[in-house]
Design a protein around this ligand. Sequence first.
Ligand code: ADP
Ligand code: MG
Length: 380
Amino acid sequence: MILPPATLGMLGGGQLGRFFVTAAHEMGYQVWVLDPDKNSPAGLIAERHFCDAYDDFAALDEFANGCAAITTEFENVPAETLDYLAKFVPVRPSAAAVAICQNRIAEKSFLRDNGLPHGPFAAIHGEDDIKKADPSLFPAILKVARFGYDGKGQATVNNCAEALLAFARFNGEACVLEQRLTLDYEVSVVLARDQHGQVQCFPTGENQHTNGILDVSIVPARTTGCVKSDAEDVAARIAEELGYIGTMGVEFFVSRGRLIVNEMAPRPHNSGHYTVDACVTSQFEQQVRALCGLPLGEARAHSPAVMVNLLGDLWFDGERYREPDWARLHAVPNLKLHLYGKHHARPGRKMGHFTVIGEDAATVQQAALAARTAIGIKDA
Ligand code: ADP
Ligand code: MG
């Protein structure tokens, strides 16, 4: 077991990393963050911020030298970086697990090869793959295999000709072509798995997206117990097959009553932010625990919760840039506001979130949606 006051390494300095730093600090650890952005939210509060590229090997040497173990908050850290660091210190999750989750072709192939539920897709490496794709995939979504997030690097395509155009717009980068599914709703499972294979699933959340970005998470998901337990079973199997150590998120579609894996995130997940305020152990404490070889904490929610994302759009009143009226949120006594300390708001950028908790799920939902409107979030 790695115990305080050891120093833990975090690759990536976004809000997920910042919550990790806070959890680790609470538990008595120190944290070094590596992120090329000098204003990275996690770097600002870490003991040390390495403002270096993920493939700067001299920086990686110094980083590994001072850390007892290393994890990541950003799925696009090159797998080679993780492999390199693993020569010196424990790196969790492993490069192999992250490599599968960071490439949509590898991810979908992994699901298929392990008999896990996934939607119809084709791997696209060149125009020919589009031309010979099964016509039943259309209408479809073309997604770049790497580096997409929050709906970026995706195009809705109704036929082969549109897919070819979109592929050209993506500069011929490797893609997946996915059948566009009719969604009843979306759910996600955030879980932690330790080095002995013990798994703790947080309660399944129901996710509402706006313009491809998570907007609201409702926990518990308003669905039958069967969907919830199936989702937990599938998520746990994925973690097992990946030999995963750490916290991970699995996104699901429920399409015509069927549960289908959408994608996996090899890190804490936006839909798991509610765990900070509503669970015995947060997803970030679980990440610290798994990284350090501590037993996992209890994942039970002590309260229903609704989490609402706060995007940069809120900072814009027409042309005018101004701080949102936070007093309106602080007026709600069972609302927890979290702001990530990002220097500039941009439309679509995740700047913060709030979580409403309470005794009764329906009342919590009403209060959260009222607060969402009060702060100025419009329905799409
Ligand atoms: P990201 O990495 O940006 O989160 P996702 O693949 O999860 O990308 O897509 C974002 C959202 O777009 C999903 O949560 C869902 O609402 C919608 N979406 C993605 N793929 C499909 C699909 N095949 N059919 C229907 N909706 C989809
Ligand atoms: Mg997603």
